[in-house]
Every structure is written in structure tokens, then in C-alpha cells.
Design a binder for this molecule. Sequence first.
Ligand SMILES: [Zn+2]
Length: 263
Amino acid sequence: MSSLARFPRELDSLERDLLLWVLPKERSGYAEYRTFVEAWPVVAAGRRGEGNYILAEPGWVVDIDSPLPQLLAYGVVEHALGALTISLRERFGRQLEFELEGGSDCIDLAALRQIRRWSFSEWLPSQPCPSCRSRIREVTMATTAGQALVLVLCSKDHRIWVQDGQTGVNALIPVTGFYNELMLQTGIHDPKIALDPKSLFELPGAYSDSDLISAFASYNQLRNKVALAGDLILAGQHKVNWIQGIVGTLTGKKKQPGHKKEF
Ligand SMILES: [Zn+2]
């Protein structure tokens, strides 16, 4: 990575290789981002220090004051001296922010003994989690127009992503936002549960597939993470609130009556 704070500059070959690697060529949904990486120069440093930079279309006035865009792609190269992480964020206007962490200047990955490398972008249905290699929960989803998607939860990493079968993109879903919608959709307002997104991963199986699909449908309406053709098919009724019973038993409290949404 170049430490010279002179802009604009071209991406160096390591930066370019790693950014393109987390945007797999064979997945059509990443193609637009690959063209940005290929075409746009580095025009500014980001707000997060060494390794954080912004690509932009020439002439675009860079904005580093707006909230950091959500993560689009994330990968890790584990090597003999540690690990290098690659984060690429969603496009904001005509700018694109990335961060390479854990690599000192001019690190020569080719010369290092690489232990393994993985990214969320490369995951395919029925594979284990690319990060921890654990089994993960897959919830198959479909839209009224026949679009196939898979909602994935890794309890070990506390990660959620959704694969769009058409574009091949694995969209990383922020846990807190998703969990808020899950609480709304299931009508849970016991603060012990509602304010604790970790419980989604610590009580695997507490939520039905249909609860999770409803939560994603609602989240996606707000954030438009995945472009949907038609509406998501929501199968069956919510089997709600037995999680409240479990937690009530554990904490000695009875579950709250009523299902009014308070959020
Ligand atoms: Zn995992």
C-alpha cells in the first residue's frame, strides 16, 4: 500500500488485486463494482487512518463527513505474519471507500507464506461459513417473480448475509438493523431479548424460517439491500414467542401478555 498522501494516485497492484478478489468476476452482481475499481483513481484518505482510502470518479467532490456506507464485501488473507483484512463499502454517489488492515506498507503477499484466504463474497449454498468453517443456517427464500435467495446466519461469527441467486452477490446484512425488524415482526418486546441481538445467535432455532424471512422482507424494504423482483413469499404463520417462554423460564419471569408492537 502506498503511504504517500498524494492524490490522485492509481491503486497499487496489491490494492487492486485484493479489491478485485473480494468482487468475484464470475458473479454478475459484482461487475459494476469491478469497473469502478478498475477505472477510478484513489482521490483521498478515509477517516479511519492508514489503509483507508476513497476511489472516485474524476470530478466528483469527495464526501468524508456523511456516515460510513455499509459493508459490501469483506475478506481476509491469513499469512505467516498475521492477517490482512479487506473491507469494501457500498458506493456512495460516485465514490467508493475501502480499507486494508493489518498490512504494513509495501507488504509483499506473494513473498509471504499464505495460510489461507477467504471472503464472504465467495460463499455458495450448502458450503460452510467461509470465515469459521462452521455449519451455518440457510433459509431458502423466493419472490413471487421466481427470484431465489438464501438467508444465511453464522452463529459463531454473528454474521448474516443474503445470497441473490441471480446476481451471485452475498449481501452482508447488519445484525442490529435485521434484529430490530425481527423483534418488530415477532412482536417481542421483553427488553432482555429485544435489546440483545446476540440472542439471535445464542439460541439457534428459536426463530422459525418464516420469522427470519419476514424480518428480512421488512429490513429490505427499509434498506433496499437486495433488489427484489416481485415480493418475498412469506410462508405460514409466525410461530411466535416461545422464545419469550424460554427466557422467562431462565430468568424466572413470566412472559408478557399481549402482542402490541412498541417499537
Ligand atoms: Zn462463521
